[in-house]
Design a protein around this ligand. Structure first.
Ligand code: ATP
Ligand code: MG
Length: 740
């Protein structure tokens, strides 16, 4: 078998070991994804029905790439493997089984904007202060609960959570969670977290359903296993319980989603859950030069919580890592664009050989401008993506409502678009009327004369007639014909067409582009189900790394490090290597957070094949103010043997000296020292004697002055005025405080 020749010894062992539980824990670029791909090809080649294989990947794009590779070995049968992200695979299963958990199969999937808009409405209806109940914060807490599989009822019963809510001055959190869930259900909608939560519920409560999928999926495989959360872990464990043919691959050193509930503990649990587990290590890196591999090792070795691995490579030594110092963020953009231009010319490279990686999406602007000025083509992954544009969301909302007339968020978006004279208060009234009468939104809308007679009944009536006519089309035609019909007859295209500004034209073209994408979807033989509902599901589950509505592939890629996971580029630029930016100030509450940032840096370094360049700026605009920046501590953590300094500096020694000088001692910055130094050695004090007027330090909030302390049940709560974040009330048994 030819394909086995492209594997080294332990890789081949992993491919051939098809039966029983298998874990591959291996360093970056050591061929984990390659092993999974070959393993699937191998199974099919040996007669396993592709329908019996489940492979969970980090992005849909990664799944599509794997599929293409497998196709080369086994032909088009590869199309029948169940392969995709956790969210897309389980959305597919939930759609089939929706009625078992009280949904209809046309349920909508709410994106983050929809969820936030719903929370905003609920806060308004309950007259809660959105300065305390911040929308993002509320959603974050709900999401956290769901990812830990805490249901509304459990949430309401759990006193620890309640105390925590009180400490965060959000005593109504439980109620919010409940109303939010009720409203989703009424809208026949699920948010992203529900897709996993409800799959767990489905498999827990419907043994026959679980059994069906256990029988079906004879082979289960998970890529990027280090970033699965407990909810995902339980699903895979259940599915593999009968056949026990589960293979997970991952790298603990690349775990970068702890903030979203991913738990490295899963790797450790795996050994306990499968006593006859076979573990294979891969240590040879095929991706990067020796300098890059060694530099990456020198960084990750600073982490304490890590399984020790010895990643090495037979590749050439390669050039040293370049370090670029820029005076400002704009200059950083220019220097990087120049460097790319030079490298391209000197080494006859393509745009697609380059990637610029940053910690936060907001950093892309300077690079975009610099590249645009030089006419170098680029694409941005994540950021404001195609599917986030207003005109696209508008049409999608129409399509969603055509499929599911209880989708509250889609309804709010389109009821007055184009303008029908139906204002926000009427919309709120419709929603409340549905709630009070305990009926669905659509019932109120379609029988508006009965529920809300009056002046506004006529336009609402017209709207419901329009939607009914769309529904008729959707039942007869495919996604493309339906969408074209809706775009024309809703009045959306006409509105855009009349707008003759440049932006208006671009928006019109974007809508056309969406229709093209739907046409492509319908024409693609891999998609059996060509209905609108099926198309909507595929777009709602695109991850930020998937979003690439672009056929011109020769472009520089700009993206966050998070989105770059699993990918590789010949030349990589990691930019914004500054304290408070990377490591991110927001993430530095504890040593564990610093270690996560360091793993993120490790992920970034190991994306590079041939050449790595790091850059930092000395000043940067933040929230409209120019701030001085300090080079990132991570620069000091790379073994200097692998770094070459800024080209403007003469010779390595001089450069090294400059670097050391610019980093030690640390220059004072505008950020107070307490937030600046991570609380690695933070030892909380005994707070039993805490009283008003004392100065305290909190690992996350920094320094503050205690205003007063009050007894609350068996506990005490302190009101503290923090320099940086303002007043907070904290329960003393939870709060970690140091008295100064
Ligand atoms: P990451 O940790 O970043 O996800 P990975 O362990 O999944 O990395 P792959 O992406 O599978 O690694 O492999 C890295 C690169 O090395 C790919 O270009 C792959 O084709 C190549 N590669 C892996 N194994 C071999 C091999 N035995 N022979 C030749 N090339 C290989
Ligand atoms: Mg991989």
């Amino acid at each position: 078998m030819d394909y086995l020749e492209g594997l080294n010894e332990p890789q081949r062992e992993a491919v051939l070991q098809t039966e029983g539980p298998l874990m591959i824990i291996a360093g970056a670029g050591s061929g984990k994804t390659r092993v999974l791909t070959y393993r699937i090809a191998h199974l099919i080649y040996h007669g396993v029905d592709p329908f019996n294989i489940l492979a969970l990947t980090f992005t849909n794009k990664a799944a599509a790439e794997m599929r293409q590779r497998i196709e080369k070995v086994v032909g088009t049968e590869s199309r029948n493997v169940w392969m995709g992200t956790f969210h897309s695979i389980f959305a597919r299963i939930l759609r089939i089984e929706a009625d078992k958990i009280g949904y209809s199969r046309d349920f909508s999937i709410y994106d983050t904007d929809d969820s936030k808009s719903l929370i905003r409405s609920i806060l308004k209806e309950l007259s809660l202060d959105d300065k305390i109940y911040r929308v993002g914060g509320v959603l974050g807490r709900i999401s956290g609960a769901k990812n830990r599989l805490v249901s509304v009822n459990e949430y309401l019963r759990n006193t620890t959570i309640q105390a925590d809510d009180e400490a965060n001055r959000m005593p109504e959190m439980g109620r919010l969670y409940k109303i939010y869930q009720d409203r989703l259900r009424k809208s026949n909608a699920m948010d992203f977290d529900d897709l996993l939560f409800n799959t767990n519920v489905l498999f827990r409560d419907h043994v026959a359903v679980l059994n069906k999928y256990q029988q079906k999926f004879k082979y289960v495989m998970v890529d990027e296993f280090q970033d699965t959360n407990i909810s995902q872990y339980l699903i895979t464990r259940k599915l593999a319980a009968v056949h026990q043919n589960i293979c997970v691959v991952g790298d603990d050193a690349q775990s970068i989603y702890a903030f979203r509930g991913a738990d490295i503990q899963n790797i450790l649990n795996f050994e306990k859950d499968y006593p006859d587990l076979k573990v294979i290590k891969l240590e040879q890196n095929y991706r990067s030069t020796q300098n890059i591999v060694k530099a990456a090792n020198s960084v990750i070795n600073k982490n304490k919580a890590q399984l020790r691995k010895n990643v090495w490579t037979e590749n050439i030594e390669g050039p040293l890592i370049d370090l670029i110092k820029a005076s400002s963020d704009n200059e950083e953009g220019n220097l990087i664009a120049n460097s790319i231009f030079e490298e391209k010319m000197n080494n006859s490279l393509r745009n697609s050989d380059f990637a610029i990686l940053y910690r936060t999406n907001a950093q892309s602007r300077a690079f975009e401008e610099a590249l645009r000025r030089r006419n170098i083509k680029y694409r941005i992954i994540g950021g404001v993506s195609f599917y986030q544009r207003k005109e696209i969301k508008d049409l999608i909302a129409y399509l969603r409502f055509t499929v599911n007339q209880n989708d509250e968020e889609a309804f709010k978006r389109i009821i007055n678009l184009p303008k029908r004279g139906i204002g926000e208060s009427t919309v709120a009234k419709i929603v409340v009327t549905a709630d009070e009468n305990n009926i669905n939104l659509w019932e109120v809308v379609s029988k508006v004369q009965q529920f809300m007679p009056g002046r506004l009944a006529a336009p609402i009536d017209n709207f419901s007639t329009l939607i009914k006519s769309f529904k008729v089309i959707a039942n007869q035609k495919d996604a493309f014909e339906t969408a074209t019909h809706v775009a024309k007859n809703s009045g959306l295209l006409k509105d855009l067409h009349e707008d003759k500004t440049v932006e208006g034209l671009a928006r019109y073209e974007n809508v056309q582009e969406l229709l093209n994408a739907i046409k492509e979807f319908v024409d693609n033989p891999e998609n059996e189900d060509k209905t609108l509902s099926s198309f909507l599901q595929s777009v709602s589950l695109l991850t930020s790394a998937d979003d690439e509505k672009d056929t011109d592939t020769d472009k520089i890629t700009l993206m966050t490090i998070h989105a770059a996971k699993g990918l590789e580029f010949k030349h990589v630029y990691i930019v914004g290597m500054e304290e408070d930016l990377f490591p991110s100030q927001m993430m530095l509450a504890s040593r564990a957070d610093l270690e996560e940032e360091r793993r993120l840096f490790y992920v970034a370094i190991t994306r590079a094949e041939k050449k790595l360049t790091l850059a930092f700026a000395e000043t940067r605009y933040k929230f409209g103010r120019l701030k001085t920046c300090e080079p990132s501590r991570f620069l000091n953590e790379i073994d200097p043997a692998f770094i070459r300094m800024d080209k403007s500096l003469n010779g390595r020694e001089a450069a090294a000296a400059t670097l050391v000088k610019s980093m030690t001692p640390r220059k004072p910055t505008v950020v107070p020292a307490n937030l600046h130094t991570p609380s690695q050695d933070f030892v909380p004090s005994d707070t039993s004697q805490l009283t008003g007027g004392m100065k305290v330090e909190h690992p996350k909030f920094g320094f503050g002055i205690v205003k007063d302390v009050e007894v609350q049940g068996n506990d005490k709560k302190a009101r503290i005025d923090f320099e940086k974040v303002g007043e907070k009330t904290l329960l003393l048994s939870f709060a970690k405080l140091k008295i100064h």
